[in-house]
Design a protein around this ligand. Structure first.
Ligand code: 5GP
Ligand code: ZN
Length: 138
């Protein structure tokens, strides 16, 4: 399904132009308009999903399968040293476009990309209980 007034529905389906690297029936891969680094690309499904919570596992599987190929191709052409794969879900997580997209951000020595968090502390009992709780929902 497409969503009215969704920027990435329009880009994914070619109604708004983008610098497209690749497309097939289900996905479009294009360069981010405001790249974090040279070659910053997005993989976007042509169907509308708000975020990962909204996406079926089969689509997610095919999307990540495509991501492995795109990551290798970007690395080959850009000769980047590494890559961050980032995917934001929800305002709190930094999502600004509410149509699922996977970021592929090539990394180079001396770049200004900043993807960090402060390492926290974990309580083993709490983690065990949480693992059990989550497992029952899988
Ligand atoms: P988010 O913050 O939602 O994870 O990422 C949204 C991304 O979409 C940002 O990196 C932003 O630069 C990119 N973006 C927003 N509008 C456009 C657009 O019109 N064209 C392209 N190619 N990228 C866009
Ligand atoms: Zn959409």
């Amino acid at each position: 399904m497409k969503k009215e007034d969704c920027l990435f529905c329009k880009i994914a389906n070619g109604e708004i132009p983008s610098t497209t690297i690749y497309e097939n029936n289900d996905f479009r891969v294009f360069f981010d308009i405001a790249p974090a680094s040279k070659g910053h690309a997005l993989i976007v499904p042509k169907q509308h999903y708000n975020d990962i919570f909204d996406m079926d596992a089969e689509t997610g599987g095919r999307l990540f399968s495509l991501a492995t190929a795109v990551a290798r191709a970007l690395k080959k052409e850009l000769k980047c040293e590494g890559m961050n794969i980032v995917q934001n879900n929800g305002l709190i997580a930094g999502q600004t476009v509410f149509h699922f997209h996977l970021h592929l951000i090539p990394r180079y020595t001396g770049d200004t990309v900043n993807i960090v968090w402060q390492p926290g502390e974990a309580d083993q009992n709490e983690l065990q209980a949480l693992a059990k709780a989550v497992r029952k929902d899988l």
